[in-house]
Write a protein that binds this ligand. Structure first.
Ligand SMILES: [Zn+2]
Length: 189
């Protein structure tokens, strides 16, 4: 191997390393973890899963109802996880709305199959590539990635369960505490 060949082969090796690093650090380029298999494995007989990959019910804190700024009460629970970890659909259902706001950041609203409850996922760093409004999802499907968008100061998933009214408006609903439901794996009633 002459000098020119050596230089070009090490350049190729360097490029390959850089490409591998890029794939490892860019969540949207990662192969999505198989959240559905993970859901079946951990919670086969249950109907609701913790919507962050790798987080067990025992790791959750019940911070629903905690005081927040301007006299508001915390309408969901905060699930702490590193930036970029996969956010999973908590139940079978349908993506109804992608919404971006100053408070929630990048968010997703999902209905369950019976359209009785809306599930809200906030502060995402991004949504799963190819996911769209109106799309059906199964429990455990990757729908986005943990982030700190909106008014979040550290990466976490803010997760809410809200009872829909008869008009089934995703923006008008009544808060339920997700914590006991995630502990038991039971769907809200
Ligand atoms: Zn929160």
């Amino acid at each position: 191997m002459n000098l020119a060949q050596k230089v070009s082969s090490s350049a190729v090796a360097l490029l390959a390393t850089l490409a591998a690093l890029l794939i490892m650090t860019n969540p949207s380029a990662q192969p999505a973890p198989n959240g559905r298999a993970y859901a079946e494995q951990l919670h086969a007989p249950r109907s609701l899963i913790v919507p962050v990959f790798g987080v067990s019910p025992a790791q959750l804190d019940d911070n629903w109802g905690d005081a927040r700024s301007q006299g508001r009460a915390h309408a969901g629970i905060d699930i702490m996880a590193p930036q970029g970890v996969a956010v999973l659909a908590a139940v079978d259902g349908r993506i109804v709305k992608f919404f971006d706001s100053a408070r929630g950041g990048t968010t997703i609203y999902q209905f369950d199959e019976a359209e009785r409850f809306v599930y809200y996922y906030a502060h995402l760093s991004g949504r799963a590539r190819g996911l769209g409004e109106g799309q059906d999802v199964r429990r455990g499907d990757v729908i986005g990635y943990v982030g700190a968008s909106g008014n979040a100061t550290t990466p976490h998933l803010h997760f809410e369960i809200q009872r829909l009214g008869p008009e089934r408006h995703w923006w008008v609903a009544e808060s339920r505490n997700p914590y006991p439901l995630l502990q038991s794996g039971r769907a809200p009633e």
